[in-house]
Ligand binder design. Sequence first.
Ligand code: XBP
Ligand code: MG
Length: 229
Amino acid sequence: GLKALLFDLDGTLAETEELHREAFNRAFAHFGLPLYWDQDTYARLLWTTGGKERLKRALEETPGAPRLTWEEVAEVHRYKTGVYLELLRTYGVALRPGVRRLLAEAQEAGVKLVLATTTSPENAEAFLEGTGLKGRFSLVLAGDVVARKKPDPGIYLLAREALGLAPGEGVVVEDSRNGLLAGLEAGFPVLVTPSLYTLDQDFREAQALLPHLGDRDNPAPVLQGPRAG
Ligand code: XBP
Ligand code: MG
């Protein structure tokens, strides 16, 4: 039977990417980098998961941008993380519909909850604290805990191993194609709730595709993503 639900954070538990985007742009200004990510640019760059990896790629494809070393990329990214944490504390972030209830009911039913996110561990911790979800998750895996980020299945394989799960004993919940592929490759069925930045992605292999995790009869407002016109 079902023993665990494994959740992505960004886009799945909450719409956090606009805060990330703002934090990146403030970091670029701080370091004088010739980059500014508008929503269309960010939608394209999100295909590269992980902030450091995303920044490295953007620098490589921007004519005239400096070629930073990995350590310099990491330094810009540390600054970005600081800004992100401050934005998160200042503005907070709302959980997507149904998330709080599903987590509570799963825990009540003895189903283990796992957070498996590409974002940095301090971001995940601050998010859990800020939303009052800290005690819910029995395992939090974040950022560089794996060498390769989603769509690589590494983070979900690590969770499987840590909890001693057979593939059929867990369900992954994701919002992006990268996350879907990571979950599938680790052997889990994947439920997808597309987010603002992933609305037009291909989810044909998903076990289930729902607009959100909330009440069917009490739907959330229609999503209006940057790619949805
Ligand atoms: C989320 C990411 C992260 C965030 C930024 O992907 O790719 O990079 O955009 O976080 P997913 P960091 O939802 O698939 O986990 O800058 O801390 O990496
Ligand atoms: Mg996501």
